[in-house]
Ligand binder design. Structure first.
Ligand code: ZN
Length: 476
């Protein structure tokens, strides 16, 4: 299995520290606002990664943090705390804001069939662990205190910026870090920020250096060490985390332990919307709710995400989503047919050529997963299988197996998805119509087709078979 490791900018053979168990840490959301479809893409990527590892036989320990404190409006350790700022705007407590948007986040991931991590940890629950790491860094002489907080001295660490390949000498004060004149180096960052004198924050704690709150990055070092140990196998995040957040996580963790922090860094690419960066002012800022309100199935969005490689910059368009929804519906109908055949027939397999063809498809599927999660090719393979000559029941078995990775929830689709639940009455009408068609009584057959359609179903004639499906509530 090969993954593209951002640390070395190349695909590397995946070898976890423990041959059967993988430690996976994912940077989670900052819970001060609704998650948008760009976030959705990143977490679908993480979910597919986890599913691929499990499909390949690994046990995965997956940890994800919830940032409910310390993420400031400026990456330069200045500005307001995003959660506290939102609390003021909405007239609620910071704790309520965090709770509300955390719930919204998991509502979204649930609808996208994203499996929940084994450990979901909130930054505010790990303040003692963060203070402990800052103390370790202090003892090693890697920190200094200025008027607004405790800072990490990045000049003291060899290899600072190795993940982002930062050229420290090229960084100009102001370009990256704002205008903090007290900082020793432009790349230095806050480990602990003091509550400004004369003010009171809703979220603040005692520390050896004064009352305040943690910097954003330290939480991920503290929580990953607490749950996965000092060195972890895989760490994920969006590509925008590379230059600052992940760079600083490495600095703190490796500074404190003297050990490698992460073996494989995997990053998801940006999502553009209609060719532009998503922003509220451009009116191209969408949540999953917008997708659902327009009549699309959240899993059609998941399908769409899988048609692009996770590292590429992907362009979301409504037209593309429509195409994905059509393809996804078609796939569900195909599976319902295959399942029907599987349950109705006891097949006798005598054709060994067919078995080897099925085996070949399985092999290719695994090869695509092992090549840095090549989901676009895996999805294309699904359609190759659908169009192939192998029996529908074999197609069903293959695709249901692969769905452990895709996460479309295809197994038992005919029961779970109302789209495909067909009443006995309608089944009877379909049979009657097929008989009339055999007898070439086209007019009468057409009348029955209309009757079926009035009951909310669509009939597709495919060679001799009629495929029946529920009329979608959206326009296909
Ligand atoms: Zn993080």
């Amino acid at each position: 299995m090969f993954f593209y490791n951002t640390l070395f900018r190349k695909k590397e053979k995946f070898e976890p520290f423990n041959p059967s168990k993988v430690g996976l840490y994912s940077c989670g959301p900052t819970v001060y606002d609704y998650a948008h479809i760009g976030h959705a893409r990143t977490y679908v990527f993480v979910d597919v990664l986890k599913r691929v590892l499990e499909y390949s036989g690994y046990k995965v320990d997956h940890v994800m943090n919830i940032t409910d404190v310390g993420h400031l409006t400026s990456e330069a350790d200045t500005g307001d705390d995003k959660v506290e700022k939102k609390a003021k705007i909405e007239g609620k407590t910071a704790w309520d804001i965090a709770k509300y948007y955390t719930k919204d986040f998991f509502d979204m991931t649930g609808k996208l069939n994203i499996l929940k991590p084994q450990v979901i940890c909130k930054a505010t629950d790990y303040i003692p662990q963060m203070i402990k790491i800052i103390k370790q860094l202090e003892e090693k002489g890697l920190t200094y205190v200025i008027s607004d907080g405790v800072y990490f001295d990045t000049s003291k660490l060899k290899n600072y910026g190795k993940l982002a390949r930062l050229k420290i000498e090229d960084l100009k004060e102001g370009a990256r870090v704002g205008k903090n004149k007290e900082k020793r180096n432009p790349t230095d960052f806050a480990l602990w920020k003091f509550t400004q004198s004369g003010t009171k924050r809703q979220m603040e704690w005692q520390s050896p250096w004064g009352v305040g709150f943690p910097g954003w990055h330290i939480e991920c070092s503290a929580m990953s060490m607490e749950h996965l140990g000092e060195t972890i196998d895989i760490h994920t995040g969006g590509i925008d985390h590379i230059p600052i957040h992940h760079t600083n996580e490495i600095a703190q963790s490796e500074g404190a332990t003297g050990k490698l922090f992460v073996k494989y860094w995997l990053h998801a690419g940006h999502l553009l919307v209609e060719g532009k960066k998503m922003s509220k002012s451009l009116g191209n800022y969408y949540r999953l709710k917008d997708v659902v309100d327009k009549g699309y199935d959240p899993l059609s969005l998941r399908y769409l995400f899988l048609t692009a490689h996770y590292r590429t910059e992907m362009n979301f368009t409504w037209k593309a989503l429509e195409g994905a929804q059509k393809a996804f519906s078609k796939l569900k109908v195909q599976l319902a047919t295959g399942n029907l055949q599987l349950t109705n027939k006891k097949e006798k397999r005598v054709d060994s050529k067919l078995d080897s063809q099925v085996e070949e498809y399985s092999k290719r599927f695994r090869n695509y997963l092992n090549d840095d999660l090549d989901m676009p090719r895996a999805i294309a393979l699904v359609w190759e299988v659908v169009k192939s000559d192998i029996p529908d029941s074999d197609k069903y078995k293959l695709i249901i197996d692969w769905d452990r990775v895709f996460g479309f929830g295809l197994a038992g689709q005919e029961i779970r998805n109302k789209e495909l639940v067909i009443s006995q009455k309608v089944k009877g009408l379909v049979k009657e119509r097929e008989k009339l068609r055999e007898e070439k009584k086209w007019e009468e057959a057409d009348k029955i087709r209309k009757e079926i359609e009035e009951k909310g179903y669509l009939v597709e004639d495919k060679q001799e078979k009629s495929i029946i499906k529920k009329k979608p509530r959206y326009d296909l």
